[in-house]
Design a protein around this ligand. Structure first.
Ligand code: ADP
Ligand code: NA
Length: 287
C-alpha cells in the first residue's frame, strides 16, 4: 500500500429525473430523460481528493453491471486507485433522485453492493505508507467502526464525515482525529459546537453551506469563511468535495485550519458546476 490517503465509503450511480411534481401512492407521472451520474459519498470524496493531487485509494464495492463500470471509469480517470474496490454479486448501489421545478430533491437509495463492504475488507488492508483514513456512512456502520479502530491502532489519522448522524461507540469517537458534520448534524449532536469535542474527537469541523466552515479545536473555534461564487449551479456533493480536499491536504501535512481553508475553495468551485464528481476542480483550477 503506497497511497497516503485511504477513503472507505459508498459508490452509487445517481439516476436523476426532472418531474413537474412528485407522484402520490398508486400514481404515475411522466418525467424528463434520465441523467446518470457517478456518485456516492465514498467515491465522491476519493475523486475530490485525487483531482487536487492526492495519492488515494477507495475501499468499497460495486456490482458487475454497467453502473459499476461507470463508477470505475470515473474513479480511474480522476486518478483514484480502485484495486480495493471489489465487484460484488449484488447490483451497484443506486440513488433514484427526482427533482421538482422548485429545485427540491427526493431520493431513494438502494445500497446494493455497498452493503457488502465488510470487516474482512478492512482486515485485508495494509496501512503501510498511509497517513489518513477518511470514512463516510453509506456502507455498514460496523465496517466503519472496525476501520477507524484499525487505522487508529496503526497510527493513521482518521476523518469521519458523519452524514447522516448515526450512533457510534465512544471508543470510536475517541479514535477520530477529525469529525466532520454539517450545521444540522452538529445541532443533533451538541447545542454548543465546543461540546462536539466532548464526544471524543481531537477536532471537529462544522460545514456551514454558503457561510463556509468552523474548525473546532481544543484551543478554540476558527471560522473559515466560504469563497463567494457568482452563481450557485448545483450544491450536490459539496460536502464530499470539502471532505475529500480536506483529507488530501491533511495527508500532505497541512494543519487542520490550512486544510479547511483549501477545502472551502474546492467546495466553492464544486457548486458552480452541475453534478458532484464532474464538478470537482483540479489543483491547477484551485490555484
Ligand atoms: P452538506 O452538503 O454536506 O450539507 P454544506 O452545505 O455545509 O455541506 O457544504 C459543504 C461546504 O461546501 C461548505 O463548508 C462550503 O465550504 C461549501 N459551500 C456550500 N455551499 C456553498 C455556496 N453557496 N457558496 C460557496 N461555498 C459553498
Ligand atoms: Na456541483
Amino acid at each position: 500500500m503506497t497511497n497516503a490517503l485511504l477513503v472507505l465509503g459508498s459508490a452509487n450511480a445517481d439516476l436523476v429525473v426532472e418531474v413537474g411534481r412528485r407522484p402520490g401512492g398508486g400514481e404515475t407521472v411522466l418525467g424528463g430523460d434520465t441523467v446518470v451520474l457517478p456518485g456516492g459519498k465514498g467515491a465522491n470524496t476519493a475523486v475530490a481528493a485525487a483531482r487536487v493531487g492526492a495519492s488515494v485509494a477507495l475501499i468499497g464495492a460495486v456490482g458487475g453491471d454497467g453502473y459499476g463500470s461507470l463508477l470505475r471509469e470515473s474513479l480511474e480517470s480522476s486518478g483514484v486507485d480502485t484495486a480495493l474496490v471489489k465487484t460484488s454479486a449484488r447490483p451497484t448501489g443506486i440513488a433514484y433522485i427526482t427533482v421538482t421545478p422548485d429545485g427540491e430533491n427526493s431520493i431513494v437509495v438502494s445500497p446494493g453492493a455497498n452493503a457488502d463492504v465488510s470487516l474482512s475488507d478492512v482486515d485485508a488492508l495494509s496501512f503501510d505508507g498511509a497517513s489518513v483514513l477518511t470514512c463516510s456512512l453509506e456502507v455498514p456502520l460496523e465496517t466503519v467502526i472496525h476501520a477507524i479502530g484499525a487505522a487508529s491502532r496503526a497510527g493513521v489519522r482518521t476523518v469521519l464525515n458523519l452524514s447522516p448522524v448515526a450512533e457510534l461507540p465512544t471508543e470510536t469517537l475517541k479514535q477520530l482525529t477529525v469529525l466532520i458534520v454539517n450545521e444540522h448534524e452538529a445541532a443533533q449532536l451538541a447545542s454548543d459546537w465546543r461540546d462536539l469535542l466532548k464526544l471524543g474527537p481531537t477536532s471537529a469541523i462544522v460545514t456551514l453551506g454558503a457561510r463556509g466552515a468552523a474548525v473546532v479545536a481544543r484551543a478554540g473555534i476558527v471560522e473559515v469563511p466560504a469563497i463567494e461564487v457568482d452563481e450557485v449551479v448545483d450544491t450536490t456533493g459539496a460536502g464530499d468535495a470539502f471532505a475529500g480536499a480536506l483529507s488530501a491536504r491533511l495527508a500532505e501535512g497541512d494543519n487542520i485550519v490550512q486544510a479547511a481553508e483549501y477545502a472551502v475553495k474546492v467546495a466553492a468551485l464544486s457548486v458552480t458546476k452541475a453534478g458532484a464528481q464532474p464538478s470537482y476542480p483540479t489543483a491547477a483550477e484551485v490555484g
